[in-house]
Write a protein that binds this ligand. Structure first.
Ligand SMILES: Cc1ncc(C[n+]2csc(CCOP(=O)(O)OP(=O)(O)O)c2C)c(N)n1
Ligand SMILES: [Mg+2]
Length: 354
C-alpha cells in the first residue's frame, strides 16, 4: 500500500502579492484559459452581489453570500472536465452557472420556486445541499459508481470548515478512501461556521490533517488565490483519474460577509480583520496578477463585467417571469396514496392564500 505522507501545512500560493515571492505561472494555463477563469470569477461575483440586492428588495428569501469564495469555486471548477460531477453546498449555489445553467435557476431556488430545481444529469451538478456535510457520502457514492463502471469521470464535493465536524463528512471521506473513489473533497475553510470559529471546531492543527486519518493526501492552499485552488484541484483530479483515490483540499480564507443575509456578524467577528481581508479579496487579486502579466486592461475588464451584468439582468427577468407555483405542489408526490384529508387541506390553504 502506498504511504500517505502527513498533510501539507503550508499554504500553497501562485499569486505572489501576499508573501513577496512573486507571481508564478501555472503550467497549461495560457492567456485564453486565464481569461476564462477570470470570466468565471466575475460571473460568480456579479451573481452574488446582485443576489444580495435582490434579497434586500424582498425578492428572494434568505441568501448565503459567497463574496470572496469565488477563487475557490472558479479555481476548482476549471480543473474539472465536463463529465465530472459537482456536489455544491448552499455556499456554491451558483456554481452551475459555470456549466451553462441559466441564472434564473439558482435565483428561483432561493425564491423557493420549483423552477429552481434541475435534473442533475443535465449539468452534472447535484442539488444544492443545505444540511451540513450530508452530500459528502452522496458524492463518494457517485464517484465510486463511476469507478465501478469504468468511466473517466470524477466528482468534487464542496463543504465548509464546520462540515468537518459532522458524522456524514467522516463517513463520506472514509468510504471514498476505502473504495478508492475518484473524489475531491474541497473544504472551503472560511474560518467560521456561522458564529463558531474554526479554533472551537477542532483540535487538529489544520483541517487537511484530517485527510491522513482516512489514508488520503491532504493539501492546503490559499483560498483567495484562484490559481493555487486550480493547481491543487488539478493535482487531485489527476490522482482520481489515475485510480489513486480521493484527495482532500483545505482552501483557507476568512469570511468577510455575513454567514447569510439573516446574520449580523458584528456580534462575534473581528471587524478589523474583515476590513483587512476585504482589501485583498480574490477577484481583485487575480485581476492584479493578470494586469502584471499584461493580459488584463481596463477595457477588457469592463467588457467582461458588463457581459456578466447583462446575463444577470436577464436571469432576474426570467426568474420573475415564472408564474407563481401552484400550492398543490406542497401535497403532490408526498404519498403514493394521499390521505383523504389532503383534498380539504388544500382547499383550506387556497382559501387562506386567497
Ligand atoms: C446537519 C446540519 N446541522 C446544522 C445546520 C445549521 N447550519 C447551517 S450553516 C451552518 C454552519 C456551517 O459552517 P461551515 O461548514 O463552515 O460552512 P460555511 O457556512 O462557513 O460555508 C450550520 C451549523 C445545518 N444546516 N445542517
Ligand atoms: Mg465556514
Amino acid at each position: 500500500m502506498a504511504q500517505v505522507l502527513p498533510a501539507e501545512r503550508d499554504l500553497r500560493r501562485v499569486i505572489g502579492d501576499a508573501d513577496g515571492a512573486g507571481d508564478r505561472q501555472v503550467e497549461g494555463l495560457g492567456e485564453q484559459e486565464l481569461l476564462e477563469v477570470y470570466r468565471s470569477m466575475v460571473q460568480l461575483r456579479t451573481y452574488d452581489e446582485r443576489s444580495v440586492v435582490y434579497h434586500s428588495q424582498g425578492r428572494i428569501g434568505t441568501y448565503a453570500i459567497f463574496w470572496n469564495h469565488e477563487a475557490m469555486q472558479a479555481g476548482a471548477f476549471h480543473a474539472l472536465e465536463d463529465q465530472d460531477w459537482i456536489f455544491p453546498s448552499y455556499r456554491e449555489s451558483a456554481i452551475g452557472l459555470l456549466r451553462g445553467m441559466p441564472p434564473a435557476i439558482p435565483l428561483s431556488w432561493w425564491r423557493g420556486h420549483p423552477a429552481g430545481w434541475w435534473n442533475p444529469e443535465d449539468y452534472r451538478v447535484a442539488s444544492i445541499c443545505v444540511p451540513i456535510a450530508t452530500h459528502v457520502p452522496h458524492a463518494a457514492g457517485l464517484a465510486w459508481g463511476k469507478k465501478l463502471k469504468g468511466e473517466r469521470a470524477a466528482a468534487i464535493v464542496f463543504f465548509g470548515d464546520g462540515a468537518t465536524s459532522e458524522g456524514a463528512f467522516h463517513e463520506g471521506a472514509n468510504f471514498a478512501a476505502v473504495t478508492g473513489a475518484p473524489l475531491i473533497l474541497f473544504c472551503s475553510n472560511n474560518g467560521w461556521a456561522i458564529s463558531t470559529p474554526v479554533e472551537a471546531q477542532t483540535r487538529a492543527q489544520t483541517l487537511a490533517d484530517k485527510a491522513v486519518g482516512y489514508g488520503m493526501p491532504g493539501l492546503r492552499v490559499d483560498g483567495t488565490d484562484v490559481l493555487a485552488c486550480f493547481e491543487a484541484t488539478r493535482e487531485a483530479v489527476v490522482r482520481a483519474r489515475n485510480g489513486e483515490g480521493p484527495t482532500m483540499i483545505e482552501a483557507v480564507s476568512y469570511r468577510v460577509a455575513p454567514h447569510a443575509t439573516a446574520d449580523d456578524p458584528s456580534a462575534y467577528i473581528d471587524l478589523e480583520r474583515v476590513e483587512e481581508e476585504r482589501k485583498r479579496e480574490c477577484v481583485g487579486r487575480f485581476e492584479g496578477y493578470l494586469r502584471r502579466a499584461g493580459i488584463m486592461h481596463d477595457d477588457l475588464a469592463a467588457s467582461i463585467q458588463a457581459e456578466a451584468a447583462d446575463a444577470m439582468r436577464e436571469g432576474i427577468k426570467a426568474a420573475e417571469a415564472e408564474p407563481p407555483a401552484d400550492v398543490e405542489l406542497l401535497f403532490a408526490n408526498a404519498y403514493v396514496d394521499p390521505p383523504a384529508s389532503f383534498g380539504s387541506d388544500l382547499d383550506e390553504l387556497r382559501g387562506t392564500l386567497g
